[in-house]
Ligand binder design. Structure first.
Ligand code: ZN
Length: 394
């Protein structure tokens, strides 16, 4: 491949800008850009002409030069629009200003630019590759994305990130539309829940004190809370329970989590720890994990306790419960201990496998349940989660 011959071919089709000319040789040298490559080739050709060499090409490609030895500059008028990009690279500064306005409502650190060029530009690019080949070229789309990214990065003092970006900027050249979207934020934390009172019918303690605070800080309203299973409002959680909050379309991605954690912990109902940014991968991992739970349940009985029935609890190894999909499943009890509080009240410490439905075990359709075992009407006075233990193989 002869760079000058190929460049002259490109210059014979009309005026081609430095970006489009240099882009055909984008894979030659790495510490430069296409505009500089194009300028170097054009300058070399212009100097060759000034030294007396003759070439066949469209002379408007040299309109920016003043020649010392040839009487050419007076004949060349200002060049027309680049026949390849149709002036896209001349418009990038203006376009960047528009994008900057669209990004203004967001607080972020990283972003990525994606573009959809017009069909016309795609067709022109293919024609050029048919003519000069594509041994060292790159696509116009890749250069447009990179150049806009560089300009925005410099203006806003933010970084382009290909893997974990806060914002995505999408530019559609056909419709002239610019869309700026924020990627979901994942926030990991652990909580302990002491309060038992529901604040309203629809809002629980965790939602009121933890989720709402994080949503307010991130300036958004859509979320998905993953808290390792279901825990109702009357249940206290006395051990640290991990959670990941996925926030959709946040406006603020620069949240000071340690300050937020201190703010949340000012209440007495719930405490949080280890608040930090997380990822989709960590969420998948958390959702896949299985864990044993240890509960302390206080059970009230309608009639006085029959001690002979109580010993049946120790023999209990598993129960059959209905799963959420209505299938019957055997769920294991790993430890069960009781303590008599008075003749109508017992306290049960029980360690069960993941997915065990504790309330169901007291007086629901569990087979057997506490009511059946004790031959007594049983109701729950309180439930506390004492411990969560990871099952490494689960
Ligand atoms: Zn061009």
């Amino acid at each position: 491949m002869n760079i000058i011959e190929e460049s002259l071919k490109l210059m014979s089709e009309g005026y081609i800008c430095n970006n489009c000319l240099g882009r055909q040789f984008a894979q030659l040298l790495s510490n430069t850009d296409n505009k500089s490559r194009g300028n170097a080739i054009r300058s070399f050709i212009a100097m060759s002409i000034d030294s007396g060499q003759k070439f066949e090409f469209d002379i408007q490609n040299l309109s920016e030069f003043k020649f010392n030895n040839q009487d050419l500059d007076v004949k060349i008028k200002k060049h027309k629009k680049c026949y390849m990009c149709l002036g896209v690279f001349d418009k990038l500064n203006k376009l960047t200003n528009k994008i900057e306005l669209k990004m203004a409502p967001f607080k972020f650190d990283t972003f990525l630019v994606g573009t959809k060029l017009t069909k016309e530009l795609g067709d022109i690019e293919e024609k050029i590759w048919d003519m000069v080949g594509f041994d060292y070229c790159e696509t116009m789309k890749a250069e447009v994305n990179r150049e806009i990214g560089k300009k925005l990065s410099k203006k806003l003092n933010k970084n382009v990130d290909f893997l974990n970006q806060n914002l995505i900027v999408l530019i559609d050249f056909a419709s002239n539309k610019i869309e700026v979207k924020s990627n979901p934020l994942f926030i990991f934390g652990k909580y302990k829940k002491f309060g038992k009172t529901s604040y309203s019918k629809n809002k629980g303690i965790i939602e009121k004190f933890v989720i709402d605070s994080i949503l307010h800080e991130s300036d958004c309203s859509k979320f998905c809370f993953h808290g390792m299973g279901y825990e109702d409002e009357k249940t206290r959680c006395l051990c640290w329970r991990p959670f990941i909050l996925k926030i959709f379309e946040p406006k603020n991605m620069k949240i000071n989590l340690s300050r937020l954690q201190k703010e949340i912990n000012k209440n007495d109902m719930v405490k949080i720890s280890s608040l930090r940014f997380s990822s989709k991968e960590e969420l998948m991992d958390l959702k896949d994990r299985k864990f044993d739970k240890t509960y302390m349940i206080c059970i009230k009985l309608k009639n006085p306790i029959d001690n002979t029935n109580l010993d049946k609890l120790y023999a209990l190894k598993d129960v059959i419960q209905r799963s959420f999909r209505n299938k019957l499943k055997t769920k294991k009890i790993k430890i069960i201990e009781y303590q008599i509080i008075n003749n109508k009240k017992i306290e049960l410490k029980i360690k069960v496998e993941s997915g065990f439905r504790i309330k169901n075990f007291v007086n629901g359709d569990s087979k057997p349940n506490i009511e059946v075992l004790l031959q007594n009407n049983a109701s729950i006075d309180s439930i506390d989660v004492l411990k969560l233990s990871w099952c490494k193989n689960g």
